[in-house]
Design a protein. Structure first.
Length: 199
């Protein structure tokens, strides 16, 4: 008869430990910018919202160790208002947010990767540290320009976690665009960003 209480205590202890382990796993949230009626920038028939969503898929399956997991704010052509995006991020309570974008310019010679953080967020120091680490590991196929740079973007300012926003090249520049659409470049960018977080 005494075995039943003992077994029950063991089960409770096991589930308590499992819950603690799950609670310790930190979420890296990937935000593929724009979506739905918010098309973002464009070049010819290419829309930023589609290209960046496809880019984000290269974060799937990256080994980030037992302490982290990768989740995605959107996995389809979903539209968020600015405030709705921030609300969704805060509901998910991530360890950090990585917001992905591509740039454009009327000058087709304009090239470069830009990485932004927000001084108005109370996680400013952690965001800046993350931006600097990403810069160190980021592939240099496209030059990194004016980074890290402060920007008062809502998706960085009003979230309850450290965050950075990346403008990964210019869709309007042929060199950048070819890399943006390259499977090899996408894999290396995704890996560099994750390594900057977990190491």
């Amino acid at each position: 008869m005494k075995l039943i209480p003992f077994a029950f205590q063991f089960i409770l202890l096991f589930f308590s430990y499992s819950i603690q382990v799950q609670a310790q796993v930190k979420t890296i949230l990937i935000d593929a910018g724009h979506g739905g009626k918010d098309k973002g920038s464009a070049w010819d028939t290419l829309l930023e919202k589609d290209i960046i969503l496809d880019f984000a898929k290269y974060f799937e399956g990256i080994d980030c160790g037992p302490e982290y997991k990768i989740e995605f704010l959107r996995t389809s052509d979903e539209y968020f208002t600015f405030n709705g995006r921030v609300q969704k991020i805060n509901e998910l309570k991530p360890h950090c947010i990585i917001s992905l974008h591509h740039n454009m310019n009327i000058d087709s010679l304009q090239s470069g990767v830009q990485i932004f953080y927000c001084r108005e967020n109370y996680n400013e120091k952690a965001s800046l540290a993350l931006a600097n680490k990403v810069i160190q590991l980021f592939p240099k196929d496209i030059p990194i320009i004016n980074s890290p740079e402060h920007a008062n973007f809502l998706v960085l300012r009003d979230v309850n976690c450290p965050g950075i926003l990346l403008e990964i090249g210019y869709m309007t520049n042929e060199h950048d665009r070819n890399l943006i659409l390259s499977e090899d470049y996408r894999k290396r960018v995704a890996s560099a960003i994750i390594q900057a977080i977990v190491k």
